[in-house]
Write a protein that binds this ligand. Structure first.
Ligand code: ADP
Ligand code: ZN
Length: 721
């Protein structure tokens, strides 16, 4: 291409493209998708060429350089464009997710492939230098750099004679030998009838290369993962790539080792726990088609997999697929779009499908497959609710541990079995309160109370502000200021004093910060050393502990306290997911659900294992209120340091809206979290009949905020705080 000008998208929260002139020596070398360096204001940015032109409507600056990053795939660029339009989120920032992770000079290692070894032995060697250098084992790129030409390394890679060594976490093929976490897997010889029906349909769709979306609904342990594995295998055998999205990779180490059994060549794991070199290495191997089975978290939906044949989204209801910050998107829905664009089947799995997905099976957009029971016959857990409003349950010194739960914990310990207790609140206590003057300690930057963390101090969960806990009330100088409410650390303490001599451990985000901590806890659970494990949401996800026979949920309807129309759905999902952790082995499990609202339909339906009952009750409410999945929701957040200006801007925005048809505005009002990081926040919601109506309104609101003010537009938001 000999065009003299290019249009470039830059990674900035703006919608416009910028024109640049192609310098003489680079003419013919740029094409759409090229990753280039351009001057931008006083600095330079890495951007993506989105179009070519023979002239420019405006005066332009010169393109600075073309990077060595291979041009982006046109199909993925199209997906990025769709994402940007659909979510009304800046294209340049979506495109950035398509670029390889930065290497920052970290050491990727190279080694010989089987072909490479053969070539070295037979001496039929186009790149003797490279192969000899690697003859004694893997070497870093730095080592090679000093001995052979970069070009030769590139060619040897492309020719399949050498490959990058990926140090994948958790016992996958390339992980270094060491105390990795594994568990022996039994061979599954026959699928259940439900599993094989689902699999047959998928295999047919993979062969035909036709787009379809299947919602696979099955309780924990019903064999969904087994279906993913076999479907992945048939796609790989047909020479195609497979993408599996999971909410959190680090929490499901065994998944990676199970995946290794279907892809002996290796599994690419894309997540932020890898160091930059590992990430870049994995990304490169995926792009070259060397690793065709790819597991990723939400941003993995943009992974550059050539010849994709199957897309799987595990736990499709999980809120972590939704990225709330700019560029905002929902990876599950982008995955469905990618499947449609590439003409391939998409499989969504969950024990508690989102209302949106289940509704799509009713309207015929998605197909429904159900795995009605556990794959290995194990007795259903007994599930019971404990009414926390009953004073005889809460007479103990720890009012958040019911008498019934303490008794059952004791019994379980006596039988030599394990328990897990779940409370979705980090820290020791959600706030400090002075009973004399009612002072509570709030974050200086955000409108929230500081959470009391036992070892760290008073922590803001929104901006990270950390302060020492005061010994006297800063306001009235009284000395009775004390933590109020219950976080998971307090539960841990309470159990240690209520059950002396018991090995109690805690698993939450704060524990995970330490590398290897998770593996250690899993191994100590498997060996039976840990007797009681307490934890937050992390316990609800993924991993199963076969030795656990008692599960306690401390505050089942905690989510119901939030001003969020999905609160009931979250409550139902959480109770169901956590209950699924009980009795995964041969012994019968017991689930005790402590509740202040035992009559709430979300709690009742979860206790009865009745998804359909919940779905019917919840859809009735949503339909009456005109909420998703019946109508489309949008949210506009305005923030800035000047509160009055924020309010005025919001009011002006609302005044500008022309509401078509039955579109409604809720608000404007200060956001439920009226201040974060010293920025005041106002918001309003929009409910429209169609996505088109919503984006028409929203796109008009995004432009030209007054100085110092930011306008954030969200399509299909989850977080309404
Ligand atoms: P899910 O993903 O729905 O939680 P899994 O696929 O992990 O379920 O299966 C749960 C357990 O049942 C696993 O230990 C798995 O090995 C076993 N399993 C799955 N399918 C079968 C089958 N057809 N026959 C015997 N065991 C099975
Ligand atoms: Zn804060």
């Amino acid at each position: 291409m000999t065009a003299r000008y290019v249009r470039v998208a830059v990674p900035r929260p703006i919608d416009d493209f910028f024109h640049y002139q192609v310098p003489e020596k680079l003419v013919g070398q740029v094409e759409p998708g090229s990753v280039v360096v351009v001057p931008f204001g006083k600095r330079s940015l890495t951007g993506v060429v989105v179009g070519m032109a023979d002239s420019s409507p405006v005066k332009t600056r010169n393109l600075l350089a073309i990077t060595d990053i291979p041009p982006l795939d046109p199909g993925l660029m199209e997906l990025a464009r769709w994402t940007s339009r659909y979510y009304q989120t800046p294209f340049g920032l979506v495109l950035r997710m398509l670029l390889p992770p930065k290497t920052q000079g970290a050491g990727i290692k190279f080694r010989l492939t089987r072909d490479g070894k053969q070539a070295l032995e037979t001496g039929e060697c186009p790149f003797p230098g490279v192969l000899e250098a690697l003859g004694r084992g893997p070497r870093t790129s730095k080592y090679l750099e000093n001995r052979v030409k970069d070009r030769e390394v590139e060619d040897a890679l492309a020719g399949g004679l050498i490959e990058t060594v990926l140090r994948l976490p958790f016992g996958s093929t390339d992980s270094p030998p060491g105390p990795g976490y594994t568990r022996s897997e039994k061979q599954i010889t026959t699928l259940t009838e439900h599993q094989s029906n689902t699999l047959e349909n998928l295999t047919r769709a993979i062969e035909k290369q036709s787009f379809s979306v299947t919602l696979l609904k099955g309780v924990a342990g019903s064999g969904k993962t087994e279906v993913y594995l076999r479907a992945a295998r048939s796609a790989l055998e047909a020479g195609r790539g497979v993408l599996l999205l999971v909410p959190e990779i680090a929490l499901t180490p065994l998944l990676t080792s199970r995946l290794n059994t279907v892809a002996p060549g290796g599994v690419a794991v894309l997540h932020s726990g890898l160091n930059p070199g590992e990430r870049r290495g994995a990304w490169e191997a995926v792009r070259r088609g060397q690793l065709r089975l790819v597991v990723g978290v939400r941003s993995g939906v943009f992974a550059p997999i050539p010849n994709l044949g199957l897309l799987i989204v595990d736990e499709e209801h999980d809120p972590s697929y939704r990225q709330e910050e700019t560029p905002s998107y929902n990876a599950r829905d982008v995955a469905v779009k990618r499947g449609q664009m590439e003409g391939i089947p998409v499989l969504l799995g969950s024990a508690t499908p989102s209302l949106e997905s289940f509704r799509n099976t009713e309207t015929g957009r998605y197909q429904l497959s159900i795995l009605p029971e556990r794959a290995t016959p194990s007795p259903d857990p007994v599930i019971e609710v404990i009414n926390m409003a009953d004073p005889k349950e809460t007479k103990s010194t720890h009012p958040f541990l019911s008498a019934r739960l303490l008794t059952e914990l004791d019994e379980t310990l006596k039988r030599g079995e394990q328990s897990i207790l779940f409370l979705n609140r980090r820290g020791f206590a959600p706030f400090l309160l002075c009973p004399e003057c009612n002072y509570t300690m709030t974050c200086p930057n955000c409108s929230v109370t500081l959470t009391f963390h036992r070892s760290r101090g008073m922590l803001c969960h929104y901006c990270g502000n950390l302060q020492d806990p005061p010994s006297r009330c800063p306001s009235c100088k009284g000395n009775r200021i004390a933590p109020v409410g219950t976080g998971i650390q307090r539960v841990e303490d309470a159990l240690q004093s209520a059950l002396p001599g018991t090995v109690v451990e805690r698993l939450d985000r704060d524990v995970l910060d330490k590398r290897g901590a998770l593996e250690t806890i899993y191994m100590r659970m498997d060996s039976g050393e840990i007797q009681v494990l307490v934890g937050t949401q992390i316990l609800a996800k993924g991993h199963d502990f076969p030795g656990v026979t008692l599960v306690g949920i401390l505050n089942a309807e905690q989510a119901l306290d939030f001003p969020d129309f999905r609160a009931s759905e979250r409550t139902f999902q959480l109770i169901t997911q956590v209950s699924g952790r009980a009795g995964r082995g041969e012994k019968r499990g017991m689930v005790l659900v402590q509740s202040y609202a035992p009559g709430h339909y979300a709690v009742a339906a979860a206790l009865a294992h009745d998804y359909e009952a919940f779905y019917r009750a919840e859809t009735t409410v949503r339909q009456e209120l005109g909420y998703p999945p019946f109508r489309r929701l949008g949210r506009v957040i305005v923030d800035g340091t000047d509160e009055q200006k924020v309010q005025k801007t919001t009011m002006n925005l609302v005044r500008r809206i022309h509401l078509p048809g039955k579109t409604r505005i809720l608000g404007p009002s200060p956001a439920p979290l009226p201040k974060i990081q010293n920025r005041h926040r106002w918001h309003f919601l929009l409910l429209a009949d169609t996505h088109g109506q919503l984006t028409t309104i929203l796109s008009a609101l995004r432009s030209d905020p007054p100085p110092g003010i930011r306008i954030h537009v969200r399509v299909d938001p989850h977080n309404l705080m």
